[in-house]
Design a protein around this ligand. Structure first.
Ligand code: ACM
Ligand code: ZN
Length: 755
C-alpha cells in the first residue's frame, strides 16, 4: 500500500558525486559559488571583490524602498564584519550599488548582479529584484556573513561573477499549519526569513483548524477566548493554544511584505471547523455542544450550509480578514468536509431541495460559490484545496491541487489558475529519511523526490500551462509540536523546492544541488536555523549475525566526517572517526552520525547487531506467490520456496517484492510468567498465531499498520506462527514484544527456535 515509511531506500542520496568546479575551487582556496536556487545564468570571472573598511553601499535616493534594502544590507555587513559599510547616495569605487533600471527582460522579480574587483552592482526593474539580488550576494559571501556578531579574520571576499536571474513561477509558496500546533509571531517571522533567503514569495498561513482558531476577530471574541485553546493533544494531558492579535497579524504581514512575501491567510470552511463551532455551536447542524479538537483526523461536525447565520458569520470574518491582509488571495480551505451532518440536517436538506441541488457535493459547491461572491465583491480572489472542484467549481476560483495532480489538471484545462502541492512531492510533514527520523505524519518524502518535482503536468497545452502559477510546500503540524521541529521538517526540502519554482527547468540537476547545499549547512547553523543533515548509509535497523562481522559506513555525499560509537551513546564530534570498516564481535549497538564542515551533526543512525546460535535458534519460512486482497489459507497452497531464517521480518527472506505471501513458524521461549503484549506491524495484511490460536488479526490491504494484543503467558515454550501477504507498493513486517523483562522491542531472535 501507499504509506511507505521504513523500507524505501533514500535513492537519490546514494549518488556518487564527482569533483566539480566548487570542490576544485575550494581546493584552490577560492570561495565556492553555491547559490540556491540556481540562477538563470552565471558567468564566473577571475578575482574577487573584497568587502573592507572602506566599502560603501551606494543607492539612488529617489526610491525609498531601495534605501531600506540598502540599510538592511549595510546592517548585515556591519554586524558580521565590524566595518562601517555606510549607505551613500553617490557611487564610487569599492561600492556595492543597488539600482533600479528600465529593462523589461527582468520582469517584476528578476535582477542582474555583477561583481568585479572594483565594484558590485545589483540592478533590477523593481525593488523585489534588488532584494533577490541581495540574497544572491549574501550567498556569495563567506558563511560568517550570516552571524549575529563580528567575526574577525576572514577575508570578506565575493567571487567576480556576472549573474542574470529571474524566477520561473510567480507562486513560490510555503505553508505553515499553526492550527494543530501554535507557533509564536516571532517563530513565524523566522519562517518568513528562511523563505526570503531562498526567494520564496508566498506564505500560506493556515490559521484555523479543528484543533485551534488562531486569528483575533473583533466581532466574535469567543474565537479567541474559547476556540484558540484545547484541553490536551492526543491524550498528553497538557493544554495547548494561542492566537495572533490583530496587531500581531499586521506586524507579520508587514514583515513579510518587507521581504517581498505575500501572506495568503487560510480560513477553513466548511470543514475543519470544530474549533470555531466550539465557540459558536449555533453555526453547526446539530447545535453542539463541541470542544476544540484534541485528536487528529477528519471531523464530522462542520459549518451548517443551510443556516444563514453561518454565512453572516463568515462574511463578518472575511470582512475583518480582508482588512488585515492586503494580498490578492484568501484561502478558504474546502478540503475534507464530511457530508454526514448535512445529510441528516433539516436546514441543509431544505437548502438542497429549495435550490434544486442534486446532492451534498452540490451543496458544498453552492457554499464555496457564495463565499467567492463575498470575496470578489471585496476585490479578493478565492483559492481552495482541490475538493472545491466537487459539485462544480466557483467561477473565478484558484485550485490548490493536493490529492495528486488530477485536480490541478482539471482546473487548468477549464481555465482556472492552479497551485501545485501534491502530497507525494510537497508534503513536508512526511518522513524525510528511511530511518532515524522523529515521528512524522507517515508517508515518505526525501529531498530528492522534492527536487524531482515538475509542476507543469505534461498533458497540458502551452496555453493551459500558463494557469500553473507555481508550487508550494506544506507543513502540517499534527506531529510537529514546536517551531524548531517545523524548521527541521521544512528547511532543506524548501531549498529543493525553491529550485523547482525559481530555477529554469534546464538548469536543475540534483547532484549539483547536493553539492551546493553543503556550504549552506554552515550558513543555516550560523543563523541558528534547524535543518536535516543527510544520514550515513550502510547502517540502520537490526542485523542478525552468527558471531562477528564488519560494518561499512558511507556518506551519501562526499565531504562529511562520519563519527560512531559502540557504547549506545549518540555520536558527538568527540567520538571515534570512521575510516575503515568496523569489526563487530557479538551483540553490539553501533551508532553513526555524520557532519559536514560547519554543519550540525546528522541524526544518529542505530544498528543493533544480534547474534544467534544456528544450533539453537531459527524459524521455518514458507514463501508463496499470488495476488490477494486478504490472507488466503496458505496451509493449502504449495510454497514456491521453504527454508530457515532467524527473524520474523522481510530482511532475511528473498521475495519478488509484490504479490507474495510468507509464513514463519517456530517456537518462542518466554523467560517468565506474566502479561505480554505483542505488536504486529505489516503492510499489507498479517496474522499472528500463538499456541495454535489466532492472537492478532492485521489482515487486509493497507499501509504500515500496527495492531497489538495482550494476554498472560506461562514461562517456557509456545508455538508461534506469522502469516503475511504483500500485494504492491510499500511492504513491511515486524513483530514486537513487551512484558516481564522486555521494554517494547522487536522480538529478539534468540527467543525463537525451530523445535
Ligand atoms: C489537506 O492536506 N487536507 C489539504
Ligand atoms: Zn446543516
Amino acid at each position: 500500500m501507499k504509506a511507505i515509511r521504513f523500507l524505501l531506500p533514500v535513492i537519490g542520496l546514494c549518488l556518487a558525486v564527482s569533483p566539480d568546479s566548487t570542490l576544485l575551487s575550494m581546493q584552490k582556496n577560492e570561495p565556492a559559488i553555491a547559490v540556491i536556487p540556481k540562477p538563470l545564468s552565471m558567468k564566473k570571472e577571475s578575482g574577487t571583490f573584497n568587502v573592507s573598511r572602506t566599502t560603501v553601499v551606494a543607492v539612488d535616493e529617489g526610491v525609498p524602498e531601495l534605501r531600506r534594502l540598502a540599510d538592511d544590507l549595510s546592517l548585515r555587513l556591519r554586524t558580521a564584519t565590524g566595518f562601517p559599510v555606510p549607505v551613500v547616495s553617490k557611487s564610487g569605487s569599492n561600492a556595492i550599488r543597488l539600482a533600479i533600471v528600465s529593462d523589461s527582460e527582468l520582469g517584476d522579480e528578476g535582477y542582474r548582479l555583477s561583481v568585479s574587483k572594483k565594484a558590485v552592482v545589483i540592478e533590477a526593474g523593481k525593488p523585489a529584484g534588488v532584494f533577490y539580488g541581495v540574497q544572491t550576494l549574501l550567498q556569495l559571501l563567506p558563511p560568517d556573513v550570516e552571524k549575529s556578531a563580528v567575526t574577525a579574520g576572514p577575508t570578506w571576499s565575493i567571487p567576480c561573477v556576472r549573474i542574470e536571474d529571474k524566477p520561473r513561477f510567480p507562486w513560490r509558496g510555503m505553508h505553515l499549519d499553526v492550527g494543530r500546533h501554535f507557533f509564536s509571531k516571532d517563530s513565524v517571522k523566522r519562517y518568513i526569513d528562511m523563505m526570503a533567503s531562498y526567494k520564496m514569495n508566498t506564505f500560506h498561513w493556515h490559521l484555523t483548524e479543528d484543533q485551534g482558531w488562531r486569528i483575533e476577530i473583533k466581532k466574535y471574541p469567543r474565537l479567541t477566548s474559547v476556540s484558540a485553546w484545547r484541553r490536551e493533544s492526543n491524550g498528553d494531558g497538557i493544554p495547548h493554544g494561542g492566537f495572533y492579535s490583530r496587531d500581531e497579524v499586521r506586524e507579520v504581514v508587514q514583515y513579510a511584505k518587507d521581504r517581498f512575501i505575500t501572506v495568503v491567510p487560510e480560513i477553513e470552511m466548511p470543514g475543519h471547523s470544530q474549533a470555531a463551532l466550539a465557540g459558536y455551536p449555533e453555526l453547526s447542524c446539530s447545535g453542539g455542544p463541541f470542544k476544540v479538537g484534541t485528536d487528529w483526523g477528519v471531523i464530522n461536525d462542520v459549518f451548517c450550509a443551510g443556516n444563514e447565520k453561518t454565512f453572516k458569520f463568515l462574511e463578518d470574518v472575511i470582512d475583518e480578514v480582508t482588512g488585515l491582509f492586503p494580498g490578492a488571495f484568501l484561502h478558504i480551505g474546502g478540503d475534507e468536509c464530511p457530508k454526514l451532518r448535512w445529510s441528516n440536517c433539516k436546514r441543509c436538506q431544505d437548502r438542497i431541495a429549495g435550490l434544486g441541488l442534486k446532492n451534498e457535493d452540490e451543496l458544498q459547491s453552492y457554499f464555496i460559490k457564495r463565499i467567492e461572491g463575498m470575496l470578489n465583491a471585496r476585490g479578493k480572489r478565492l483559492v481552495g484545496w482541490d475538493e472545491i472542484l466537487e459539485g462544480g467549481l466557483a467561477p473565478n476560483a484558484t485550485v490548490m491541487s493536493w490529492r495528486g495532480i488530477k485536480g490541478g489538471i482539471e482546473a487548468a484545462k477549464s481555465g482556472h489558475d492552479v497551485v501545485m502541492t501534491p502530497t507525494s512531492y510537497c508534503y513536508f510533514d512526511y518522513y524525510q529519511g528511511a530511518v532515524g527520523e522523529p515521528a512524522a505524519m507517515g508517508g515518505f518524502l526525501p529531498i530528492d523526490s522534492v527536487y524531482a518535482y515538475e509542476p507543469v503536468p505534461d498533458v497540458l497545452t502551452a496555453e493551459e500551462a500558463h494557469h500553473i502559477l507555481g508550487a508550494q510546500g506544506n507543513v502540517w503540524t499534527e506531529w510537529i509540536p514546536d517551531y524548531r521541529h517545523a524548521e527541521y521538517m521544512a528547511t532543506t526540502r524548501m531549498m529543493a523546492l525553491s529550485e523547482v519554482v525559481w530555477s529554469a527547468k534546464s538548469r536543475r540537476n540534483f547532484e549539483d544541488f547536493l553539492r551546493r547545499i553543503i556550504p549552506h549547512y554552515q550558513r543555516l547553523s550560523n543563523r541558528d536555523i534547524n535543518y536535516r543533515v543527510p544520514t550515513p548509509l550502510g547502517v540502520g535497523g537490526r542485523k542478525i549475525i552468527l558471531r562477528d562481522t564488519v560494518a561499512a559506513i558511507t556518506s551519501p555525499v562526499p565531504g562529511a566526517t562520519i563519527y560512531y560509537t559502540l557504547d549506545g551513546s549518540d555520536p558527538t564530534p568527540g567520538s571515534a572517526i570512521y575510516s575503515s570498516p568496523i569489526a563487530i564481535n557479538g551483540d553490539r549497538v553501533l551508532k553513526a552520525s555524520l557532519q559536514f564542515p560547519g554543519s550540525r551533526m546528522s541524526n544518529p543512525i542505530t544498528t543493533a547487531f544480534l547474534t544467534v546460535d544456528p544450533a539453537l535458534n531459527g524459524l521455518r519460512f514458507e514463501y508463496f506467490e499470488g495476488g490477494w486482497d486478504f490472507l488466503p489459507d496458505l496451509r493449502i497452497i504449495t510454497p514456491v520456496k521453504t527454508g530457515v531464517t532467524y527473524d520474523i521480518g522481510l530482511g532475511g527472506v528473498p521475495t519478488r517484492g509484490r504479490n507474495y505471501g510468507l509464513v514463519f513458524k517456530g517456537t518462542m521461549t518466554l523467560p517468565a510468567d506474566g502479561e505480554y503484549t505483542f505488536f504486529l506491524l505489516s503492510d499489507d495484511g498479517s496474522k499472528l498465531f500463538i499456541d495454535g490460536k489466532e492472537f492478532i488479526n492485521n489482515d487486509g490491504l493497507h499501509g504500515s499498520v500496527e495492531v497489538s494484543s495482550k494476554a498472560s503467558f506461562a514461562r517456557g515454550m509456545h508455538s508461534i506462527e506469522v502469516r503475511y501477504f504483500q500485494r504492491g507498493g510499500g511492504q513491511d513486517l515486524g513483530i514486537s514484544i513487551e512484558g516481564p523483562g522486555f521494554a517494547k522491542q522487536l522480538l529478539p531472535p534468540r527467543l525463537l527456535s525451530l523445535q
